[in-house]
Design a protein around this ligand. Structure first.
Ligand code: UDP
Ligand code: MG
Length: 318
């Protein structure tokens, strides 16, 4: 199914303390949008939407100024910091009301914005979702590269269907966004949920650059939280693993029982102290681990039952 050209594109950019990058980012995005509009690839109604995720610096003032200077810039202000995934979702759901297609990207433009053209072309070819996939991880630190690759491996092993090396740089049609809205869970891991939507999709590869200004807003702590959320919100395999482990240990303990009975009748019992103390510690540790994993899920159930809003929009500039 080919689509008619000249449709409305919204760029959605979550921003948390991004005052260092906003001037350059807004300039480059404006150039990109103008060129797309001039070539007749997108409608003149297309917009660049910044979502301020409760920044503590001058980010929101800068967005307001941009909006005053040129109506192509829109601003959405969350009432407080809710984290990248929620800020992004808030932007996507707001943009969905006006746009035919929405592209999400980071404020630091680490993701090559020249592939936006390909995103839009694929959309016109009928794709509902187009994933941006990075070709290499040369610009990442050694640590980030391996932790990220390990994360994608683990999550796929656990039965999650994530696109490897795809972060949240993607195009979604209004149709796909409407379906996304039906996923009501609070622990929303977009990279895991979006592939569940289905429809015709495609992938565009690009090279990722270094951040040109400012610092990463994803410290190790937030990255780990995202990874744990990602895995536990997509899969219950960790629980199955614990059950399996429990069965294995039960079988081992029967073997131990037979062994110790035999030793007892042979009259060697006093030397069993070491194995005894080791098993007490091993089983104690495993139990704690199991309780921890189960607790993680109970925590999730607890949050889901509250059905809290994922974000609250304070104001929309348009
Ligand atoms: N971000 C956000 N809220 C947060 C943390 C980050 O909206 O609490 C935004 C940030 O402004 C940026 C994007 O998420 O647009 C990705 O963050 P960053 O570039 O720092 O992550 P990295 O590229 O280092 O993984
Ligand atoms: Mg970045």
């Amino acid at each position: 199914m080919e689509r008619e050209k000249d449709q409305i594109l919204y760029l959605v950019i979550p921003c948390y303390n991004e005052q260092e990058v906003l001037p350059e980012t807004s300039k480059r995005l404006l150039e990109k949008m103008t060129s797309l509009i001039d070539r007749g690839m997108i409608s003149r109604e297309s917009k660049i939407m910044f979502v301020n995720d409760g920044s503590k610096d001058r980010t929101w003032e800068m967005i307001e100024k941009l909006h005053d200077s040129n109506p192509i810039y829109l601003g959405v202000k969350l009432s407080r910091n809710r984290g990248h995934q929620n800020a992004l979702l808030g932007g996507l759901m707001t943009a969905k009301e006006y746009a035919d297609m929405v592209i999400s990207m980071d404020a630091d433009l680490q993701d090559d914005i020249d592939v936006v053209d390909q995103f839009v072309e694929k959309y016109y070819e009928g794709c509902e979702i187009v994933y941006g996939v990075r070709s290499a991880r040369d610009t990442d630190t050694f640590f980030k590269k391996y932790t990220a690759e390990g994360f994608y491996k683990i999550i796929n092993m656990m039965g999650g269907e994530v696109i490897p090396n795809h972060a949240d740089y993607r195009l979604m049609s209004r149709r796909a966004l409407e379906e996304l809205e039906n996923y009501k869970e609070v622990n929303l891991f977009l990279r895991g949920i979006v592939p569940m939507i289905g429809f015709k999709t495609d992938v565009v590869t690009y090279e990722r650059h270094k951040r040109f200004a400012g610092e990463s807003k994803y410290p190790l702590k937030k990255m780990l939280a995202l990874a744990v959320d990602g895995i536990t919100s997509l899969s219950i395999k960790p629980i199955r693993f614990i059950v399996f482990l429990g069965m294995l240990i039960f079988v081992c303990s029967i073997a131990m029982l037979i062994y110790s009975l035999v030793q007892h009748f042979l009259g060697n019992t006093s030397i069993g102290w070491t194995s005894l103390i080791v098993s007490i510690w091993a089983i104690g540790g495993l139990q704690l681990l199991a309780i921890g994993v189960i607790g993680e899920y109970i925590g999730k159930i607890y949050l889901e039952t509250k059905e809290r809003p994922k974000y609250i929009i304070e104001r929309v500039l348009r």
